[in-house]
Design a protein around this ligand. Structure first.
Ligand code: ADP
Ligand code: MG
Length: 726
């Protein structure tokens, strides 16, 4: 019999050599952004007058005229050609979650048929990819497959290099023929300007010099790395990103020896290679370390302006895949590739900065008297208080359901952690009392190490939404998701909250109250109200679940339940009032999310059936036959039943699990067929309530078989092999 993929993979890995990485010998600052069409490069390729005109147009949020676009296209083309680029692509973010690009060549034939290279303003500004293969939630009828991509002038173009092929990538939004959003970027851009405009108005209550506010994002990307050969030996990993079955390894993460441990050499080479690629593309990655689970790692950049940070994370996920292939590794961005060990998230650190260089969420040395800080801090908590369910909905996916609420950080209940010092600060503010000492304290450990500063918030790793000193960390975002989803909602709910606040302050001022007193009155009310959503304890505990319920906080454990918040009347109002999505667009986006939920479970379920039917059952039957033959031989020798009792028992056990598998697989198929008859909402519920539980049962029987069958025959790569090869 030919060897299974599992054993081929294990052989391959045994002789795998570490890839040598030739990192540049210069300092990072010398090649950082070398593949980006930055403002500095633009200055080299444009006249001073045109450059000024462009910057003025962008910074004032106006749209670009076609004449100027032609000049920019020229500049971009000349720069790209000097780098050896042959093609250009509009790079966009459809609702599938990853990025898409359609490549066109600079090469063309001119009017008299002579070959030339050119790039026009029209090609830069707008393209028409066939949109019909991207999810549109019913916004696009099939006879109207047209979609447009349009240049996002706020995110710089870049050159992507794949195996010496170089492509100029232009970040774009993606809309239907009728101009409706089919992507993540357009709503994000709208939410950013909605928030930034009102934030400026609020800032000006305190400081007339503030005329621009920027939302900032610093993400932290968690991921798993495994050997490529094993990845291809597991069709479930290949097609769904997670293992749909597999016995837990004898050693999991109980020892906690991986976290911050030394990085294995092959992984280290990968990380170095990836960092160089990131730096060339202007992604300011800085931090790398091991994560909690075996073979799990994390990468984080310096924070940036929100839209650019989102693009950089999308680009990063793409680079991670590409670079991994060079190292014969596979990156798993799935939220829960392995049962029984930690899953992966993507913390979104979010804040607001001003043109005057102030971080609006930085408490400074005297937070109690920093009314600008308190305003933004308390309003953020209030926004989550009012729209927690929408925030929960924004991070819901089939993958993330394996983390949230499923015994893993953080739970599905939305609450805000702010730490002891900040709790005392705002509570004292609300009751006009003294907060006591809330300044940063210093540790003096020994004279041999310098004095350490103690942060004014301790870490609470269990909270979904935590204040971490000068920013809020949104911790429930899934590792594979586009940050734009939750960030759009965050900006929008904060924008709405600041609008309400601003109106309330003005109403009080109009009725004769002093401005400062008006601000204080309203903040005090918010602080009292939003106690409901503040929680400082252990978010994993059962006690919290009970308390949260008594506080009236929702605990939506699954995606279909959580998504409903998108289409509540309150949300529809918010999306339309902010201009982020029309009701029609919102419903289409909601529909796409439901459909992709069902699709994900459907694929997982099919792969599970396939592995069981084509790999596990045949091997188990063969092994059962071997045992049965053994029993017959022992009987021929005249031995009594006692001498083959174990074999007999195993034959019976094998039989019962094989039977169970077969009938459960039939049942699962019937449940899928029934689910597929429904519309998108009922279908998602059916996949959740009817298909998923059968998958769990199947998994149990398959794992029992994994325990019983001869290891040298078992066809599916085991957890201990996937997770512990270095
Ligand atoms: P920690 O998680 O240890 O508190 P850092 O302060 O290094 O770590 O921040 C973690 C992430 O938060 C990084 O990606 C960092 O860039 C980001 N971050 C720091 N300050 C801000 C800010 N003002 N706005 C948005 N993100 C920020
Ligand atoms: Mg973090």
């Amino acid at each position: 019999m030919s060897k299974s993929l599992r054993f081929n993979a294990l052989d391959t890995i045994l002789y795998r050599e570490k890839k040598v990485v030739n990192t540049p010998s210069t300092r990072i600052s010398e090649y950082f952004g070398s593949h980006v069409f930055t403002r500095k490069v633009m200055q080299q390729y444009l006249s001073a007058k045109l450059y000024k005109q462009f910057v003025k147009t962008i910074d004032s949020g106006k749209s670009l005229d076609r004449d100027l676009a032609d000049h920019i296209a020229d500049a971009m083309y000349n720069w790209a050609i000097s780098m050896g680029v042959t093609h250009y692509a509009h790079w966009f973010q459809p609702l599938t979650g990853r990025t898409a690009e359609k490549h066109d060549s600079f090469f063309t034939l001119d009017d008299d048929g002579s070959p030339i290279e050119k790039f026009s303003g029209d090609a830069l500004v707008q393209q028409e990819p066939d949109g019909s293969s991207f999810p549109g939630g019913g916004l696009r009828t099939t006879f109207e497959a047209r979609g447009y991509t349009a240049w996002d002038t706020t995110s710089p173009a870049f050159v992507l290099e794949v195996e010496n092929e170089k492509t100029l990538c232009i970040p774009t939004i993606f809309v239907t023929y009728g101009g409706q959003s089919l992507d993540y970027k357009l709503p994000l851009l709208k939410s950013v300007s909605y928030l930034e405009n009102v934030a400026v108005k609020v800032c000006q209550l305190f400081d007339e010099n503030i005329n621009k506010v920027y939302a900032t994002l610093g993400w932290e990307q968690e991921y798993f790395l495994i050997d490529e050969a094993l990845f291809y030996a597991r069709p479930d990993l290949q097609f769904t990103g997670r293992t749909v079955l597999g016995r837990r390894a004898p050693k999991g993460q109980q020892m906690e020896d991986h976290y911050f441990g030394s990085i294995p050499e092959r992984v280290y080479a990968y990380m170095r290679d990836l960092e160089v690629e990131c730096h060339k593309l202007g992604i300011p990655v800085r931090t790398r370390h091991n994560e909690v689970a075996p073979s799990q790692y994390e990468l984080a950049p310096q924070y940036e302006e929100l839209n650019v940070a989102v693009d950089h994370n999308q680009l990063l996920m793409d680079l991670m895949d590409r670079v991994a292939r060079r190292h014969k590794l596979a990156v798993l961005l799935h939220e829960k590739p392995f049962a029984g060990v930690n899953g992966s998230g993507k913390h979104n650190n979010w804040s607001l900065a001003t043109n005057t260089g102030v971080n609006l969420l930085s408490p400074g040395s005297d937070p109690s008297n920093n009314l600008l800080f308190l305003t933004f801090f308390v309003n953020t908590i209030q926004a989550v208080h009012n729209y927690g369910d929408l925030l929960r909905a924004s991070i819901a996916s089939a993958n993330n359901d394996h983390r949230l609420g499923a015994n893993e950080a953080p739970p599905a209940i939305m609450s805000v952690f702010i730490g002891d010092a900040m709790t005392r600060t705002i509570e004292a503010f609300a009751s006009d009392s003294n907060a006591g000492n809330t300044a940063k304290e210093a540790y003096q450990l020994t004279n041999m190490v310098p004095e350490l500063e103690k942060d004014n918030t301790d870490r609470n790793r269990t909270s979904p939404f935590a204040f971490t000193g000068n920013k809020f960390e949104i911790r429930m975002v899934g590792s594979s998701s586009n940050c734009a989803g939750p960030m759009t909602v965050m900006n929008m709910i904060m924008g709405k909250q600041l609008n309400d606040f601003y109106a309330e302050v003005n109403a009080l001022v109009d009725s004769g109250k002093d401005k400062k007193a008006a601000v204080e009155t309203i903040l005090k009310r918010y602080i009292t109200e939003n106690r409901k959503v503040r929680f400082e304890g252990d978010n994993y505990s059962n006690a919290w679940k009970i308390e949260a319920k008594s506080r009236g906080l929702n605990n939506f454990q699954t995606t279909p339940e959580a998504l409903a918040a998108f289409v509540e009347e309150k949300s529809e109002l918010l999306f339309t009032e902010s201009g982020v999505l029309s009701v029609e667009e919102l419903h289409a986006h909601y529909d796409v999310k439901l459909e992709s939920y069902s699709l994900q479970i459907q694929i997982e379920s099919r792969i599970l059936a396939e592995i069981c039917l084509n790999q596990i059952i045949p091997v188990s039957v063969r092994y059962q036959t071997e045992l049965a033959n053994n029993i017959l031989s022992l009987q021929d020798l005249g031995l009594d039943e006692e001498s083959y009792a174990a074999q007999l028992d195993m034959v019976k056990q094998l039989g019962s699990h094989i039977n169970a598998l077969k009938s459960l697989i039939n049942k699962m198929r019937d449940e899928r067929a029934a689910a597929n008859e429904f519309g998108s909402k009922e279908k998602a519920f059916a996949y959740n309530d009817k298909v998923k539980p059968v998958m769990e049962q199947i998994r149990e029987h398959a794992e029992e078989l994994e325990d019983l069958v001869d290891d040298s025959e078992w066809p599916v790569a085991k957890y201990r092999e996937l997770l512990f090869l270095k």
